[in-house]
Design a protein around this ligand. Structure first.
Ligand code: FE2
Ligand code: FE2
Length: 212
C-alpha cells in the first residue's frame, strides 16, 4: 500500500509548482517587455523581472530548509496564464488595446502568485518552518505590492476614515503622501501603471468602450 501523503508532501509539491511558475514568469516577462508599446510598461515588466529573480532565490532557500533540491513541477495554471498573454501579444499586435491586454494578463499572474504564497506561508506555519514562513512572507508582500501598483483605482485614504481596516488582499491603499504622482516616486512602477491606466481609460471612454 502506498504511503499516505501528508501536509509535508503537499507543501513540497506546491513548492515545486510555484518554483516552476516563477521560472516561467522569468522567461515570459522579457517577451512582455518587448511587446509592450508604452516605454513605461516596458520598464515595469523589466523591474518585475528583477524582483522575480529574488523570488526564485527565496524558493531555493525554502527547498534547502526542507532538505530537498530545487525542482519544478509543471504548473498548468501558469502555463494557461502565460499562454493567454502570448495570445494577446499576437492577436493585439499593433492595436491601441495591446498594453491594456498585457497589463490584464500580468495582473492575472500576480493574483495566482498571491494565492500560492498565502497558502504556502500558512502551511509553513502549520509545519513549524519558521525560516520558510519569513521567506514566503517576504515574497508575498512584494507580490501584493506589485498587484497594488497595478490597481490604481484603490480609493484615496481619507484622514477621517481611520476606522476602516486596510484590505490586505489589495495591498496598501492610495495615499496622497505616497502618491504615485509625487516627484519623489517618479519612475516607480506605481507611477508607470497609473499613467498607463489613465491613458487606457481615456481611450476606452473616447470609444464608448470599457467602463469602470
Ligand atoms: Fe513572483
Ligand atoms: Fe509577481
Amino acid at each position: 500500500m502506498a504511503k499516505q501523503k501528508m501536509l509535508e508532501d503537499l507543501f513540497h509539491d506546491t513548492l515545486k509548482d510555484i518554483y516552476f511558475a516563477e521560472k516561467k514568469i522569468l522567461a515570459t516577462l522579457p517577451k512582455m517587455a518587448k511587446a509592450a508599446q508604452s516605454a513605461d510598461l516596458k520598464a515595469a515588466f523589466v523591474k518585475h523581472r528583477s524582483e522575480t529573480e529574488g523570488h526564485v532565490a527565496r524558493l531555493e532557500q525554502v527547498f534547502a530548509i526542507i532538505g530537498k533540491k530545487p525542482q519544478g513541477k509543471t504548473c498548468a495554471a501558469i502555463v494557461g496564464n502565460t499562454d493567454e498573454g502570448a495570445e494577446i501579444m499576437e492577436e493585439y499586435k499593433g492595436s491601441p488595446a495591446l498594453d491594456a491586454g498585457l497589463l490584464a494578463a500580468a495582473q492575472a499572474v500576480e493574483h495566482y502568485e498571491i494565492s500560492r504564497y498565502g497558502t504556502m506561508r500558512t502551511w509553513a506555519e502549520e509545519l513549524g518552518l519558521k525560516e520558510a514562513v519569513a521567506l514566503l512572507e517576504a515574497t508575498l508582500k512584494e507580490e501584493k505590492a506589485t498587484d497594488a501598483r497595478r490597481s490604481p483605482e484603490s480609493p484615496p485614504r481619507s484622514s477621517t476614515s481611520k476606522q476602516k481596516r486596510p484590505d490586505v488582499t489589495r495591498g496598501p491603499p492610495y495615499s496622497p503622501k505616497s502618491s504615485p504622482l509625487t516627484s519623489s516616486s517618479r519612475g516607480s512602477c506605481m507611477t508607470i501603471i497609473t499613467k498607463l491606466l489613465s491613458k487606457v481609460r481615456a481611450l476606452a471612454k473616447g470609444r464608448g468602450g470599457v467602463r469602470g
